[in-house]
Ligand binder design. Structure first.
Ligand code: PMP
Ligand code: GLU
Length: 396
C-alpha cells in the first residue's frame, strides 16, 4: 500500500495536459497547444554559452547546497534593483525550480494540521504541496470583478489558530492579473495582525503589460519583510524552464531550514545551470523586453478574439502569459454526444472535436473558466481560435 500522503495528491493537471497534447502530436495529430505555461522562446545564446563554458571549465561537481555565492550575489542584486529589498546570502536559497522552492517552504513551515490560505483560482501545485506536507489547504474565492485579488477582509475571516501562511501569486497563474499596491498594503496589515507568513510567488514578475508595476509585498514594510518568503526563478523570465533554477528569499531561520531539507533531499541545484543563471541575471536583459513585446501582441489578439466567441467572456490579463475566459455561458449546450456542463467537459470536447489543448478552470479551483497559455506563435493562436469558435458554434 502506498503512503497516505501519496494517495492524497494527483499529478499536476497542467503538466498532464501538456503530456496529453504532446502524445497526440507524436501520433501525427495537429494539436494546437494552449496547455502548458512555458515560454516558446529559446533560452538566449549568452546563457547557453555560459553553461557550455561551465562544462568546459569542469564546473561539474557538487556545489554548496543552497547555491554558489556568485549566484546568490546576483540574486541579492536582483532583489535590490527590482524590488528595493536587501537580503544577505544567508537569506537566499537556490533550488531546482521555483516549484521546488515552494515545496521546501511547505516542508520547512508546516506541521501536521497547519492551515495555509489559498485564494482561488490558484496555481495547481499549491494545494497538493500543502497536502504532501500534512497541512490543510484552506480556499477562499476571489472574483473577476475585483481583478481576482484576495480581499483583506476575506483573509481575515479565514484565519484560525492553525493558520500558518497565506499564498499570494502576483502576477497570477491562471488569471494573468496582478495585485495593486493598496490591496497589498491592506493584506500586509492583516498578515501582520495575525502573525501569519506570506508566501509570495513572484515568478511572473518580469512579464507585465500596460504599464502595470510589479510590487513585492515584502518591500512594503520592514515587518512584512520578516514575514514574507519571496519565491522567484528563471523559468519564465529567461525561457529556462528545463534548466530548473528557482530561488527563495526570506527570514534566515526559514531559509536555513529549507537549505538543510535540501541537503537531505536534492543537494545543490545543477552546477551548470547555476552558472547559466548567473549569466541570465547579470548579462544583457534586452531579451526580456523582446519577449514581452511578442507576448503583448498575442495577448491583445487572443483576448479580443475570445471575447468575440459566443458564450465566452475574457477579462484583460495584465501579467504572465495566460488568458482566463469565463466559459459558463457555454455550459448547458450539447454536442451530438454529450452535454457540456463543466470546464473539464468543455476542455475534453475542445481537445477531441477541435484538437485544441487547454486547461479546465476546475484544475485551478474555478469551474467557470478555461485557461489558455499564449506562449505559442500568433499563427498557432489564430488557428486554435478558429477551431475553438467553430466547435463552440456547433453546440446547440
Ligand atoms: N509558480 C507558478 C505560479 C508557476 O506558474 C510556475 C510554473 N511552472 C511555478 C511556480 C514553477 O516554476 P519552475 O519550477 O519552473 O521554476
Ligand atoms: N506553471 C506552468 C503551468 O502552469 C508549468 C506547468 C507546471 O509546472 O505545473 O502550466
Amino acid at each position: 500500500m502506498l503512503s497516505e500522503r501519496s494517495r492524497k495528491i494527483k499529478p499536476s493537471p497542467t503538466l498532464a495536459m501538456d503530456a496529453r497534447a504532446k502524445a497526440m502530436k507524436a501520433q501525427g495529430i495537429d494539436v494546437v497547444n494552449f496547455g502548458v505555461g512555458e515560454p516558446d522562446f529559446d533560452t538566449p545564446e549568452n546563457i547557453k554559452e555560459a553553461a557550455i563554458k561551465a562544462i568546459r571549465d569542469g564546473f561539474t561537481k557538487y556545489t554548496p547546497v543552497g547555491g554558489i555565492d556568485q549566484l546568490k550575489d546576483a540574486i541579492i542584486d536582483k532583489f535590490r534593483k527590482d524590488n528595493s529589498l536587501n537580503y544577505t546570502r544567508e537569506e537566499i536559497v537556490v533550488s531546482c525550480g521555483a516549484k521546488h522552492s515552494l515545496y521546501n517552504i511547505a516542508q520547512a513551515l508546516l506541521s501536521p494540521g497547519d492551515e495555509v490560505l489559498i485564494p482561488s483560482p490558484y496555481w495547481v501545485s499549491y494545494p497538493d504541496q500543502v497536502l504532501l506536507n500534512e497541512g490543510i489547504p484552506v480556499f477562499f474565492k476571489t472574483y473577476e470583478n475585483e481583478s481576482f485579488m484576495a480581499k483583506p477582509e476575506a483573509i481575515d475571516a479565514h484565519v484560525t489558530q492553525k493558520t500558518k501562511a497565506l499564498v499570494l501569486n502576483s502576477p497570477s497563474n491562471p488569471t494573468g492579473l496582478a495585485y495593486d499596491r493598496k490591496t497589498l498594503e491592506k493584506i500586509a496589515e492583516v498578515a501582520l495582525k495575525h502573525g501569519i507568513y506570506v508566501i509570495s510567488d513572484e515568478i511572473y514578475e518580469k512579464l507585465t503589460y500596460e504599464g502595470v508595476e510589479h510590487i513585492s509585498i515584502a518591500s512594503l514594510d520592514k515587518n512584512m519583510r520578516e514575514k514574507t518568503i519571496v519565491v522567484n526563478g528563471l523559468s519564465k523570465s529567461y525561457a529556462m524552464t528545463g534548466w530548473r533554477i528557482g530561488f527563495a528569499a526570506g527570514p534566515k531561520d526559514i531559509i536555513q531550514a529549507m537549505t538543510t531539507i535540501q541537503s537531505q533531499s536534492t543537494s545543490n541545484p545543477n552546477s551548470i545551470a547555476q552558472k547559466a543563471a548567473v549569466e541570465a541575471l547579470t548579462g544583457p536583459q534586452d531579451f526580456i523586453q523582446g519577449m514581452i513585446q511578442e507576448f503583448d501582441k498575442r495577448r491583445k489578439y487572443l483576448v479580443s478574439e475570445l471575447n468575440a466567441t459566443p458564450g465566452m467572456h475574457c477579462p484583460v490579463p495584465t501579467g504572465a502569459f495566460y488568458a482566463f475566459p469565463n466559459t459558463s455561458g457555454i455550459y448547458g449546450k450539447s454536442s451530438a454526444e454529450k452535454t457540456i456542463s463543466s470546464s473539464s467537459d468543455l476542455a475534453s470536447y475542445l481537445l477531441e472535436k477541435a484538437q485544441v489543448a487547454l486547461v479546465p478552470g476546475g484544475a485551478f479551483g474555478d469551474d467557470n473558466y478555461l485557461r489558455l497559455s499564449y506562449a505559442t506563435s500568433l499563427q498557432e493562436i489564430s488557428k486554435g481560435l478558429e477551431r475553438i469558435r467553430e466547435a463552440v458554434r456547433s453546440l446547440s
